[in-house]
Design a protein. Structure first.
Length: 224
């Protein structure tokens, strides 16, 4: 409660109480009790995200229980300086809106994710923000916008840096972006480019070896 009240204010002789409050905050931040409470809260956020991910497989993306778990995770993660857990909550909520066919909140969540992930430099989750923004554009019929976001996802992808993103965010981001960008390009009339990208998506999906991408490499899967 004390941190938001004094954050951003420089010490001043006119308000000695402010200096005292900042000194107290600094001392409290170093106390074992506060560190323990912060660690406990971080653990609670992580467990809430894990619950949401478990419910995806047990109940489905669209289940009310799944969305409720991610909504609670978002609430808890709002107090975290590290935004990574918050992004996981955003993704869980977004997928619920997609699978239930809720375009307005789906777009709102995609825009929020993109805005926060691109607000600072070199955020690893920025490529996921572009991926879900591209999928949202595709869903809403903005194929040119979808293509731009998918190309940005592919551009940002780094296998070493984003190796765990298939588990954190449902699918391998590069393979997902490639296959849906192929769809967008096909609709836009660039069929040859779409075919080349679809072939590359198949190879990347097989290389990723992630369960949720298995259908891409099967006859009749999304690549078809």
């Amino acid at each position: 409660m004390l941190a938001p009240a004094v954050e951003g204010f420089p010490p001043t002789e006119q308000f000695p109480e402010l200096t005292e409050a900042q000194t107290l905050l600094s001392a409290l931040s170093e106390s074992d009790a506060v560190k323990s409470a912060a660690a406990l809260h971080q653990r609670r956020v992580h467990l809430q995200i894990s619950l949401g991910n478990a419910l995806i497989w047990a109940k489905g993306y669209q289940a009310p229980e799944t969305s409720a778990a991610f909504a609670r995770a978002r609430e808890l993660a709002s107090r975290e300086e590290d935004a990574s857990e918050r992004f996981s909550a955003y993704y869980g909520l977004w997928t619920g809106h997609v699978t239930r066919g809720e375009p307005a909140p789906m777009r709102e969540m995609a825009e929020l994710f993109l805005r926060e992930a691109t607000a600072g430099p070199d955020c690893p989750e920025a490529l996921v923000a572009h991926r879900i923004s591209g999928t949202t554009c595709l869903y809403l019929g903005d194929f040119a916008g979808a293509h731009q976001h998918f190309q940005k996802t592919i551009e940002l992808y780094d296998q070493a840096r984003h190796a765990d993103f298939a588990n954190r965010f449902g699918t391998d981001p590069r393979a997902h972006a490639e296959i849906y960008d192929a769809v967008a390009l096909w609709v836009l009339g660039t069929v040859d480019e779409a075919l080349r990208l679809a072939d590359r998506a198949l190879a990347d999906a097989e290389s990723a070896a992630h369960a949720s991408l298995d259908t891409i490499s099967q006859p009749g899967g999304p690549a078809g």
